[in-house]
Design a binder for this molecule. Structure first.
Ligand code: GAL
Length: 843
């Protein structure tokens, strides 16, 4: 009877657990967010749902959870959800509710940054373009029409979340929300004068009045009014303090890398520095930090901001653009998260006591009355390693590193000592047989100049964004000029120059329907000026200027008013006698967008496609189409578009984004190996100088069918589509370098403290996929090896038997552990701290 009763009670508890979720209260105090009465140390990471596909979401979320995240953060993208005023769209990649529910199913929290201004390298900072056309509107200031719209959208999102019971107060996963974004930055708020503060206060009050039941934040907003928490964004936030001792120290954007621009080099941020920044933050009293980005993803379609933000938004994040974990970044941060969690009880119980251990050496200690003690020991010097004395023990602290001691005694983690292995991987274009799976090409010429019924005329030159409303990247400006045989500037060989000035972002000029010249701006300076020699004929001459935007401005005071397009002057300059004809204020004919856009060529339909052997190549303004079968398997796919110029690509009607493989990074400014020691900035660790900023373009698997896929390209400048190829990622090598002074792998600490105290440093190698084994050891040295993964070399000191020991332990297995000690390898150089460096292959 008793047994039945217990079973019955158990059933009730079980059933209610699976059918309802319990509401949680989320509040905060000066230490932390408080969930159901308990302070929390929270590790969060940003994944922007529209920068991947619904098919990718579960795996991205699982990899985030496996990486030790407690929460997923995302912005909400207004222009995606309300493309037309009053018409909402939450389908497919825009399905915010499904994304949040998936995070909930994985057992993680959600941080929802509603904005609705988001910056985010997103087109127009997330604002819909129609907002700009509301009479009397001024963005992000104390302006009634703006506030009405901002409140309406914010409330719309909050209501949607409430309807779906997604706030923690309703049993959902959302524990924290953001209003506005970095408005308080020194290059933003001051420019809005005395209407800024009323706006900040209004936004705070408006958000609070929506009664979400969870706290709100404003990032980079020193004066955020109560109860809004002001939070920090940056590469480091350890020195940040909130504006009240009733608010916790929170870091909403820890930039794991940086964004890529077309025409820029590829930014990277070493994981030793990311880990250092995180550990310093928690050492000095922080309790919430969010990686921006944890998965960056892809700017599909025309979503990238700018100008000139590239299609890849990889960000050097722990999960790469394609959804694969990036090692050792992901793994080292995972170890860091475990180390921090071992300190959580002490951290939430008290404030840290900060003491100096010497120049550049600092201890942060969380010691409770009940005998808990966790410590973070930092060496913030950039040059020399140090030995410190702490609690009667001596600790070696490498320069620019933090050691974590969850029991104030044993070092379980040091930010500069990476136990996680590195993987060397690269995209390999598929062999030529596979390339032939593109079954023939057809094309349509995009007419030069005006071709649409919707063209219109206007006196003078028009600003582009006001004209197109961003319906398209393209705006044609067309004019004609009559040349009489006796014009003075035509004498002497009929050479004339066309001079065009434009606010950007790029321009093609056609004279008498032939390309005369082109020019592009850069992320630093979007403006362009074209000066090209042209040949005019006696009689009528046509001038067709194709002006284009490459992502609308997303940051800056009054970013919304930054114009684009040919605002003039447009002049014909005679080269012989210096005379000039100014065409700026004459009658121009305008066409918004391309003919091919108007008739919907991007999904491959239309009877206009020409398939003949003489495929035009390396000519401007051509639409191309082909069919292809998808390569088997489910590894991520990229299109290698190196043979093209600039344009946009669609797979089965879905835009994979703008492509621009001819836009190269400058030659200088990159480093071959990056020194993580010392303050990081976005230009510190650039790579691929002098090379195209982006050659590979992600084609999500869920946009593909097994066969009969349609690829459409619109090529602006000229290229050879027959040379493009698909590429898949191949893991080249696994590498690891672990020294005798490395901490024991953190997993031993988390599972068995006693075993961990006895264990020594250990190298772990593991093939990334379950069906692979370690097939060969390319390099192994125990001693003083030099070089980096892929180019290890033996040092003066090297154990003879390292390679055979590793071979025996690893070859044929998916994973292996090797003790990094003289017990395993013997001692090739007594008295010197030795490293084990290994490079292995998996097949
Ligand atoms: C921050 C902004 C983010 C993003 C980031 C750079 O200032 O809040 O939205 O733009 O910079 O990636």
């Amino acid at each position: 009877m008793r047994g039945t009763m217990v079973l019955f009670l158990f059933m009730i508890v079980f059933l209610s657990a699976v059918t309802t979720s319990f509401a949680a209260t989320v509040t905060y105090d000066h230490r932390a967010l408080v969930i159901d009465g308990k302070r929390k140390v929270l590790i969060s990471g940003a994944i922007h749902y529209p920068r991947s596909t619904p098919q990718m979401w579960p795996d991205l979320i699982q990899k985030s959870k496996d990486g030790g995240l407690d929460a997923i953060e995302t912005y909400v993208f207004w222009n995606l959800h309300e493309p037309v005023r009053g018409q909402y769209d939450f389908e497919g990649r825009k399905d915010l509710v499904s994304f949040i529910k998936l995070v909930k199913e994985a057992g993680l929290h959600v941080v929802l940054r509603i904005g609705p201004y988001v910056c985010a390298e997103w087109n127009y900072g997330g604002f819909p373009l129609w907002l700009h056309f509301i009479p009397g509107i001024e963005f992000r200031t104390d302006n009634e029409p703006f506030k009405v719209e901002m409140q309406r959208f914010t409330a719309k999102i909050v209501d949607l979340m409430k309807q779906e019971s997604l706030f923690a107060s309703q049993g959902g996963p959302i524990i924290f929300s953001q209003i506005e974004n970095e408005y308080g930055n020194g290059d933003i708020e001051p420019y809005y004068g005395n209407r800024a503060k009323p706006y900040v206060d209004w936004a705070a009050g408006m958000a609070t009045s929506l009664n979400t039941g969870v706290p709100w934040n404003m990032c980079q907003q020193k004066d955020a009014p109560d109860p809004i928490i002001n939070t920090c964004n940056g590469f480091y936030c350890d020195q940040f303090t909130p504006n009240s001792d009733k608010k916790p120290k929170m870091w909403t954007e820890n930039w794991t890398g940086w964004f890529l621009s077309f025409g820029g080099a590829v930014p990277t941020r070493p994981v030793e520095d990311v880990a250092f920044a995180v550990a310093r933050f928690f050492q000095l009293g922080g309790t919430f930090q969010n990686y921006y980005m944890y998965h960056g993803g892809t700017n599909f379609g025309r979503t990238s901001g700018g100008p000139f933000i590239a299609t890849s938004y990889d960000y050097d994040a722990p999960i790469d653009e394609y959804g694969l974990i990036r090692q050792p970044k992901w793994g080292h941060l995972k170890d860091l998260h475990k180390a921090i969690k071992l300190c959580e009880e002490a951290m939430i119980a008290t404030d840290p006591t900060i003491t100096s251990l010497g120049p550049n050496l600092e201890a942060g200690v969380y010691r409770t009355g009940s005998g808990l003690c966790s410590a973070f020991l930092a060496n913030v010097g950039t040059q020399s390693d140090a030995t410190v004395n702490f609690n009667g023990n001596s600790y070696k602290l490498p320069a620019w590193s933090v050691s974590i001691l969850p029991d104030c005694k044993n070092v379980v983690f040091n930010t500069a000592k990476i136990n996680s292995m590195r993987t060397l991987s690269r995209f390999i274009s598929q062999s030529s047989e596979d390339v032939e799976s593109f079954s023939g090409w057809s094309w349509v010429n995009e007419p030069v100049g005006i071709s649409s019924q919707n063209a219109f005329m206007k006196l003078g030159l028009a600003e582009q964004i006001n004209t197109t409303g961003d319906k398209s990247d393209y705006l044609w400006y067309s004019a004609s000029i009559e040349i009489k045989g006796n014009e003075p500037f035509l004498q002497d060989g009929s050479q004339t120059a066309l001079h065009v000035q434009s606010l950007g972002h790029a321009l093609y000029a056609f004279i008498n329907k032939k390309l005369a010249g082109s020019v592009k701006g850069s992320s630093g300076n979007a403006k362009v000026a074209l000066e090209v020699p042209i040949s005019l004929v006696t009689g009528k001459n046509t001038i067709d200027l194709l002006s284009l935007t490459v992502g609308l401005q997303n940051y800056g005071a009054f970013f919304d008013l930054k114009g684009a397009g040919v605002t003039g002057p447009v002049q014909l300059k005679g080269l012989t006698n210096g005379s000039t004809i100014d065409l700026s204020s004459q009658q121009w004919t305008y066409q918004i967008g391309l003919k091919g856009e108007e008739i919907g060529l991007s999904n491959g339909g239309s009877s206009l496609w020409i398939s003949q052997p003489a495929l035009p190549k390396n000519q401007p303004l051509i639409w191309y189409k082909t069919n292809f079968d998808a390569a088997g398997g489910n590894e991520p796919l990229a299109l290698d578009l190196s043979s093209l110029g600039k344009g946009e690509a669609w797979v089965n009607g879905q835009s994979i984004g703008r492509y621009w493989p001819t836009n190269n990074a400058p030659n200088g400014g990159c480093v071959s190996s990056c020194n993580y020691r010392g303050s990081f900035n976005a230009n510190k660790c650039l790579k691929d100088c002098g090379k195209p900023s982006q050659l590979l373009y992600h084609v999500p698997r869920d946009w593909l069918k097994p066969s009969g896929n349609i690829l459409v390209l619109f090529e602006e400048m000229g290229g050879d589509p027959t040379q493009i190829s698909f590429a898949t990622r191949q893991i080249g090598s696994l590498c690891s370098r672990v020294s005798e002074s490395h901490p024991v792998p953190i997993d031993i600490w988390t599972s068995d403290q006693e075993a961990a105290k006895k264990a020594g440093p250990t190298m772990l190698l593991e093939c990334p996929s379950a069906n692979q084994v370690i097939s060969s050891i390319k390099f192994a040295s125990f001693g003083t090896p030099g070089g980096a993964c892929g180019s290890f070399s033996h040092g003066k000191c090297s154990s003879k038997n390292a390679i055979s020991i590793i071979q025996k332990a690893c070859v044929g297995s998916r994973k292996c552990n090797i003790g990094v000690s003289i017990a395993t390898f013997g001692d090739p150089c007594v008295g010197i701290t030795k490293n084990l460096a290994v490079e292995a292959s998996c097949t």
